[in-house]
Design a protein around this ligand. Structure first.
Ligand code: C5P
Length: 317
């Protein structure tokens, strides 16, 4: 790939490349309502973009190619048309009536299949970077429409910050807040398939093991707490309907959740469809000490101290 150089006009670097970053997300609250006829579940969720970023660099080339470094570069992340950045490039090219000519390089810090929307972050970063590279001048509204076609979480990866998500997660209402929250992420050894976790939720509900409807309660309580309440009160309102099915598929996650509270977290939950565990801590200092204790404990493959909200996909520089 081209070497990073100083940005030129329109954020195109001297070597002709464009770089964009996009954040991981956690669901501070996730209520899953019944399965719809289109195969998706109706959701009410509070998304929070956190300071763990993937970087996508694109440059001119005939046709499309994808390379990956970092998390998932061992083969977990595909480098062909199955990769969401490839789909993003084809979709944007079709929308704008240009040829899909670009090399895309993803430098991944966000683990794959982890419930952190890493693939969605890459797709959102690719849309922003290719729009600049190809000079397609899409509005943020155009990009949001393309994002929703790529996946339920991609619109949020584009806007970032904090938002209430409804529909299948793609309909967003921004939650304006200056409140910073600090979190520790516990990364598991192996990923979990999102469709498999939703299927397990449906199975547990149909079998009567879980109540038929959401047990997450209203999102309003956590939104109110996030506005001004102390972090321990926010922790009392964390909820995720996908946690029970994720635990059913991966019972050892329970050890991770307990390790978080044992290491001083105020509250912990499975992030999205898992298996990452997200734990709320009092502040950045607590994040550092909790992360250090967890690294010694060995319940996780990796531990990351992060904070949110942070902006969505944006050009570097
Ligand atoms: O939208 P995305 O492609 O990321 O969704 C992956 C899968 O997760 C879907 O095919 C579906 O099985 C499940 N899903 C769901 N309800 C949602 C979002 C995702 O059942 N609201």
């Amino acid at each position: 790939m081209p070497h990073a150089t100083s940005g030129g006009p329109g954020r195109i670097a001297g070597d002709g490349s464009v770089t964009a970053h996009a954040p991981a997300k956690i669901n501070v609250h996730l209520a899953v309502h019944p399965l719809r006829e289109d195969g998706f579940h109706e959701l009410t969720t509070v998304f929070l973009a956190v300071s763990l970023l993937d970087t996508v660099t694109v440059w001119p080339e005939d046709g499309l190619s994808v390379t990956v470094t970092g998390e998932g570069a061992d083969g977990a992340v595909p480098t062909d048309a199955r990769n969401l950045v490839w789909k993003a490039a084809e979709l944007l090219a079709r929308h704008a009536g240009v040829r899909a000519d670009a090399a895309l390089h993803i430098d991944k810090a966000i683990p794959a299949a982890a419930g952190l929307a890493g693939g969605s972050a890459d797709a959102a970063a690719a849309l922003v970077a290719l729009d600049a590279l190809w000079g397609t001048h899409c509005t943020r509204g155009d990009l949001a429409g393309l994002a929703a076609q790529l996946g339920s979480d991609v619109p949020f990866s584009l806007v970032g910050g904090m938002a209430l998500g409804t529909g299948r997660g793609e309909q967003l209402t921004p939650v304006l807040t200056r409140r910073r929250t600090d979190w520790v992420l516990g990364i598991a050894d192996a990923g979990l398939s999102t469709p498999a976790v939703y299927r397990e939720l449906d199975r547990l509900r149909a079998a009567g093991v879980l109540p038929a409807g959401s047990t997450a309660g209203p999102a309003d309580d956590v939104l109110t707490a996030l506005r001004s309440a102390p972090a321990d009160e926010v922790a009392g309102h964390l909820a995720n309907d996908l946690q029970a099915p994720a635990l059913a598929l991966r019972p050892e996650l329970d050890r991770g959740l307990r390790a978080m509270t044992g290491a001083g977290a105020l509250g912990a939950l499975v992030s999205g469809s898992g298996p990452t565990v997200a734990a709320l801590v009092a502040d950045a200092e607590a994040a550092g000490t909790t992360a250090a204790a967890l690294e010694r404990g060995g319940a996780f493959r990796g531990v990351q101290a992060v904070h949110g909200p942070v902006p969505g996909a944006r050009l570097a520089g």
